[in-house]
Design a binder for this molecule. Structure first.
Ligand SMILES: NC(=O)c1ccc[n+]([C@@H]2O[C@H](COP(=O)([O-])OP(=O)(O)OC[C@H]3O[C@@H](n4cnc5c(N)ncnc54)[C@H](O)[C@@H]3O)[C@@H](O)[C@H]2O)c1
Length: 260
C-alpha cells in the first residue's frame, strides 16, 4: 500500500483522470471522498470503489461555489475519521476551443471559473484545514502541458492551465513552512470523455483523422490513458515524493520534449 489510511479528496472524480485516480488511490489504501458536479458519474466512482472493498463517499460539488468546496473539505475530514486531510487533488476542469478572437467573454469566464477559481477554492480550504491540523499534507493541482507549449485554438484553456501552474509554485513557497507539498500535473492528450467531446465539437465527422494527427504529435505515437496520469498523481501524493515540492510533473508521451 502506497497511501495507507490517507484521507483524500479528488474533484472531478466522476469521470476520466479523476475517476482513475480515485480508484487507484483507494486500492492503495486511501479513504477517498469523490467530488463532482455530475451526480451519476460521482456515485458510480464511489460505488466501484466500495464494491472493490475500498472506502469512498460521494459529495456533489460545484468547484466554483465556495460553500460547496468548504463543505466538501469538511465532509472529507469527517469521513476519514482521523480529524485530518492528507491529500487534496484539484482535478476538475472543462475544455474550451477557440483562438482569442473566437472566444466570447462568457466562455472565457466559464473556463477560468472552473479551471482557476475551482482550483483556488480547493487549495484555499484544503490549506486552511491542513494548517488547522498542525500542518502536513499534499495538494495536487491539475494543469496541462499546454501551460508550457502553445497549441492552436486553446486561448482560454491555455490561460487557465498556465494560471494553475503559477498558482501551484507560488503556493508552495507559502505552504512549505507548514509541511504542505503542492505540485501540479501537466498531462498531454489523454483519451477521456473530455477529449472525445473536443474531437466531436471541433472535427465533426473527421474525429478519427483528428485523433491520428494527435497521435502523430506525441513521441509515444499514442494518446495517454487516464491510468497513466493517475499513476503520476499517486506518486506525487505518496510519501515517496516527500522531496518533490512545487513541481510541474509532465505526463505527455513526449509532446513537449521534442518533435520526431
Ligand atoms: N484529457 C486530457 O487530454 C487532459 C489533458 C491535460 C489536462 N487535463 C485536465 O485533467 C482534468 C480532468 O480531465 P478529464 O480528461 O479526466 O475530463 P473529464 O471530462 O473526463 O472529467 C472531468 C470531470 O470534472 C467534472 N467537472 C466539470 N466541471 C465541474 C465543476 N464545476 N465542479 C465539479 N466537477 C466538475 C466533470 O463533471 C467531469 O466528471 C481537467 O482539469 C483537464 O483540464 C486533461
Amino acid at each position: 500500500m502506497r497511501l495507507p489510511a490517507k484521507v483524500a479528496v479528488i474533484t472531478g472524480a466522476g469521470s476520466g483522470i479523476g475517476r482513475a485516480s480515485a480508484l487507484l488511490f483507494a486500492r492503495e489504501g486511501a479513504c477517498v471522498t469523490v467530488a463532482d458536479v455530475d451526480r451519476v458519474g460521482g456515485e458510480a466512482t464511489a460505488d466501484e470503489i466500495r464494491q472493490g472493498g475500498g472506502r469512498a463517499t460521494f459529495v456533489p460539488t460545484d468547484v466554483t461555489h465556495p460553500p460547496d468546496v468548504r463543505a466538501l473539505i469538511a465532509e472529507a475530514v469527517r469521513f476519514g475519521g482521523a480529524g485530518r486531510l492528507d491529500i487534496a487533488f484539484n482535478n476538475a476542469g472543462i475544455s474550451c476551443v477557440g483562438a482569442v478572437d473566437e472566444t466570447g467573454e462568457d466562455e472565457w469566464d466559464r473556463v477560468i471559473a472552473v479551471n482557476v477559481r475551482g482550483v483556488y477554492l480547493g487549495c484555499r480550504f484544503a490549506v486552511e484545514q491542513m494548517k488547522a491540523q498542525g500542518g502536513g499534507g499534499c495538494i495536487l493541482n491539475m494543469s496541462s502541458s499546454i501551460a508550457q507549449t502553445g497549441l492552436a485554438r486553446r486561448a482560454a484553456y491555455a490561460a487557465s492551465k498556465g494560471a494553475v501552474l503559477a498558482l501551484t509554485r507560488s503556493m508552495q513557497v507559502d505552504c512549505a513552512p507548514h509541511g504542505i507539498r503542492v505540485n501540479a500535473i501537466l498531462p498531454g492528450t489523454i483519451f477521456t470523455p473530455f477529449v472525445e467531446g473536443y474531437l466531436r465539437r471541433s472535427f465533426p465527422g473527421r474525429e478519427e483523422e483528428a485523433l491520428e494527427a494527435i497521435r502523430r504529435r506525441q513521441l509515444s505515437g499514442e494518446l495517454g490513458r487516464p491510468e497513466d496520469v493517475a499513476a503520476a498523481a499517486l506518486y506525487l501524493a505518496s510519501d515517496e515524493a516527500g522531496f518533490v515540492l512545487g513541481s510541474g510533473l509532465v505526463v505527455d508521451g513526449g509532446l513537449t520534449a521534442g518533435k520526431a
